[in-house]
Design a protein around this ligand. Structure first.
Ligand code: DOR
Ligand code: ZN
Length: 361
């Protein structure tokens, strides 16, 4: 008698997931009343977060970064357990001595490169990469990761091609010229970026947002213009979104979580010339869980959210654990800030996952 092959056990759906506490490797917390309105959303889910420096004026010195860090810690509450990791905004006039000093004093965790006029508050960004070569050499030498907003800004480049053109014209030559420079290609939106990161070697990594995993460019125009889904880089065609989902859920250590939560008041979004940015902090982990669940890869969420980022940055992983449960979770229609409001990602919808908070273990 021939033995019957064993019947595979039905794969049990995961209904509760306990993972090391994640970090957000890219977030905009703003300042003043906006900071006070948004910081708790990030602090309740994440152990640490890389704080974007594109304030007005931008955070361009170690002194400014130290003061901003204090304002964040105060706004989060001293007992929040949340650690902001500060970045320096590169300009044409960045002083390498300030980078060394900020690194030595433990103020800077990374350096942010905005090509001038690429996005919100980037007017003071870098106009000429070539002139900044000595600064990149210093960053390479002192070992701070360089976080790159990867979009070509030349007006002849179509908005949907900006990322791919940036790789060709700027990022690939930069990686070649500074082989020891650790680079995080921020909020990637294309299969070109996924492919580039995969072939670039261990000094190159990328963050991926929840909204770029969920929406392609059609979503911005579904039934009318949807300003709350407009961000930079803009979402691309469906094959690009699918490439991002594959990369995020692949377990490849080069890809990790960065929400790019970027709050703007409702009236600044719903305007004739609306601001770029998706406020995704309130349901960040629930949104990522949705994607990993849909891909049948909840088992790889911890690598993406909690392990790959610290590994690339050379930081310890968080010891605390958090729980996510499968449960209908309504999302608020808005979040008040002063007399105005912010409209969060998934506003008014119901998600299938809920962040339960820290758990023992
Ligand atoms: O959509 C975006 N919003 N992209 C960015 O690069 C900046 C951000 C912001 O600061 O609002
Ligand atoms: Zn950003």
């Amino acid at each position: 008698m021939t033995a019957l092959s064993p019947i595979p056990a039905p794969s049990r759906a995961i209904d509760r997931l306990i993972i090391r506490q994640p970090d957000d490797w890219h977030v905009h917390l703003r300042d003043g009343p906006m900071l006070k309105a948004v910081v708790a959303y990030t602090a309740r889910q994440f152990g640490r977060a890389i704080i974007m420096p594109n304030l007005t004026p931008p955070v361009t010195t170690a002194g400014m970064a130290a003061a901003y860090r204090q304002r964040i810690v105060r706004a989060a509450g001293k007992d929040s357990g949340f650690t902001p990791l500060m970045t320096c905004y590169l300009t044409d006039h960045t002083d390498p001595a300030d980078l060394r000093d900020g690194r030595k004093r433990g103020i800077y965790t990374a350096v942010k490169l905005y090509p001038a006029h690429a996005t919100t508050n980037s007017a003071h960004g870098v106009t000429d990469m070539e002139k900044l070569a000595p600064v990149f050499a210093t960053i390479e030498e002192i070992g701070l990761p360089l976080l790159v907003h990867g979009e070509a800004t030349s007006p002849d480049v179509d908005i949907y091609d900006r990322e791919a053109v940036f790789i060709e014209r700027t990022l690939a030559p930069m990686a070649k010229r500074f082989p020891g420079l650790k680079i995080v290609f921020e909020h990637i939106t294309t299969r070109d970026a996924v492919a580039f990161v995969r072939t670039a070697g261990p000094t190159m990594a990328a963050t991926i947002t929840p909204h770029h995993l969920e929406h392609n460019r059609n979503a911005m125009f579904a039934g009318g213009i949807r300003p709350h889904l407009y961000c930079l880089p803009v979402a691309k065609r469906e094959p690009h979104r699918l490439a991002l989902r594959e990369a995020a859920t692949s377990g490849d250590a080069a890809f990790f979580l960065g929400t790019d939560s970027a709050p703007h008041k409702r009236e600044a979004k719903e305007a004739a010339c609306g601001c770029a940015g998706v406020f995704c902090a309130p349901m960040a982990l629930e949104s990522y869980a949705k994607t990993f669940d849909e891909e049948g890869r909840l088992d790889r969420l911890e690598a993406f959210a909690s392990l790959n980022g610290p590994k690339f940055y050379g930081l310890p992983v968080n010891e605390k654990r958090i729980a996510l449960v499968r449960a209908a979770t309504p999302v608020a229609a808005e979040v008040k800030v002063g007399r105005s409001a912010l409209v969060p990602f998934h506003a008014g919808a119901t998600l299938n996952w809920r962040f339960e908070g820290l758990v023992a273990g």
